[in-house]
Design a protein around this ligand. Structure first.
Ligand code: HEM
Length: 400
């Protein structure tokens, strides 16, 4: 099981240009493996990931346990980050998870998504106007990042003077698990702004979107300020860089598949379907993790209590048992059951919003420019095995 870790461990491949051949090689020998390098189970099959995502014997509550096993010296500086992360719904299980999800879910309605589509479309057009004037852009820095940041700023109700706090947001989870404290001052500053709005949120006089989302639920005093803040932060954390980089990955995929680009240009009505296929083909989030509360048998293996399990969503998305020719981008494919938004009770709360942003950004980009050319000889990826984030994607543009 431990033989040749360098070539078989998923976790020895930081910043790799293409993780998919490794997923394929591992999957060919089975959908579930023990990874000695990281001492975690890794699950690569679509069916097994789907099954385990619904299994209450696996828990997403992994913040406190990780923190508890750190030496005292590491804990001190990391405490503010732990306190901000632990009450996020993502790291809780029922009944607390159900209660926390109820805080935000009523705000992300189909009606809200319909309304915010025009906000997204207007911002997309502005950013593409600027790019057209320059004849080139970095798809990430000049387009998808400002787009998702502005949408989430509005959604979370971050006041104008705090908008800079959301710049270059890369994700708190990565920060926490790598024991980095870079973002602690930023969280403290956001908390200050957030606390200023506390009274208006509770008495329902606040006019920002987040206040409107949560106000009905606050009257009954069901939530502490720490819980509300953590889930406000989750909106920012889960909703921004993920979508930024999904749009980057989609544009890269279209550059690498000219036939699919032509098809999407000829049939723009495919854009909503294509958004799901971009999610399946190359997601910005490659896996999520859980801890076993009890012993679990899966695919002939026994996961012991307290062992960690990585559900490799990006591998399940390329499972040949689920998708025909999974390594081919096909914008006509019906792949709405891809795993990139997770599955089960933690299914992404912002999925409809993310899909709307991807669909509008990609379709307007193709409509405004008759062609585009990648300017980097090879894509440059963030050094992370979980987040598939392009550091930049410079392109030259041919306007219509
Ligand atoms: C949960 C991915 C966009 C808010 C999740 C999960 C995944 C995911 C995989 C489940 C994690 C798990 O089970 O451990 C993505 C991707 C996105 C995206 C790839 C973009 C392409 C968004 C947006 C928002 C958002 C735009 C909010 C505006 C959330 C929240 C949860 C979540 C609140 C936690 C749900 C829960 O624990 O019940 N997301 N997400 N996400 N996502 Fe997203």
């Amino acid at each position: 099981m431990t033989k040749s870790i360098e070539t078989t461990s998923l976790f020895s491949q930081y910043g790799q240009a293409d993780p998919y051949p490794l997923y394929r090689r591992l999957r060919e020998t089975g959908p579930v493996h023990w990874d000695e390098w990281m001492r975690t189970w890794i699950v690569l099959g679509h069916r097994e990931i789907t099954e385990l995502s619904k299994d209450p014997r696996l828990s997403g509550a992994r913040i406190e346990s990780f923190y508890e096993q750190l030496p005292d010296s590491a804990r001190t500086g990391l405490a503010p980050l732990k306190d901000a992360l632990a009450p996020m719904m993502l790291f809780n299980e029922p009944p607390r998870h159900t209660r926390l999800r109820q805080l935000l879910r009523p705000g992300l309605t189909p009606r809200f998504i319909k309304e915010i589509r025009s906000v997204i479309a207007a911002r997309v057009e502005e950013l593409l106007d600027e790019a057209a004037a320059r004849g080139r852009m970095d798809v990430v820095a000049d387009f998808s990042e400002p787009l998702t940041r502005d949408v989430i700023t509005q959604l979370a109700g971050v006041p104008e003077r705090g908008a800079h706090l959301l710049e270059s947001w890369q994700g708190l989870l990565h920060e926490f698990f790598t024991q980095s404290r870079r973002e602690v001052p930023r969280i403290t500053a956001l908390r200050g702004l957030f606390d200023e709005g506390a009274q208006a949120r509770r008495d329902g006089t606040g006019t920002d979107l987040f206040t409107k989302m949560v106000s009905g639920r606050l009257e009954r005093d069901e939530y502490t300020e720490d819980e509300i803040f953590a889930n406000f932060l989750l909106l920012i954390d889960a909703g921004q860089a993920t979508t930024t980089h999904l749009i980057g990955n989609a544009v890269l995929a279209l550059a690498e598949h000219p036939d699919q680009q032509t098809l999407l240009r000829e049939q723009p009505s495919l854009a909503a379907n294509a958004a799901h296929e971009f999610m399946r083909y190359d997601s910005s989030v490659q896996f999520t993790s859980r801890v076993a509360l009890e012993e679990i048998e899966i695919a002939g293996h026994r996961i012991e209590r307290d062992q960690s399990v990585a559900l490799v969503l990006g591998a399940g998305n390329r499972d040949p048992l689920r998708y025909e020719s999974p390594d081919r981008l096909d914008v006509t494919r019906k792949a709405h059951d891809h795993l990139s938004f997770g599955h089960g009770i933690h299914y992404c709360l912002g999925a409809s919003l993310a899909l709307a942003e991807i669909e509008i950004a990609v379709s307007r980009f193709l409509d405004r420019f008759s062609s585009f050319t990648l300017l980097d000889p090879a894509p440059v990826w963030l050094e992370s095995i979980n987040f598939r984030f392009l550091k930049r994607l410079p392109v030259s543009l041919e306007a219509r």
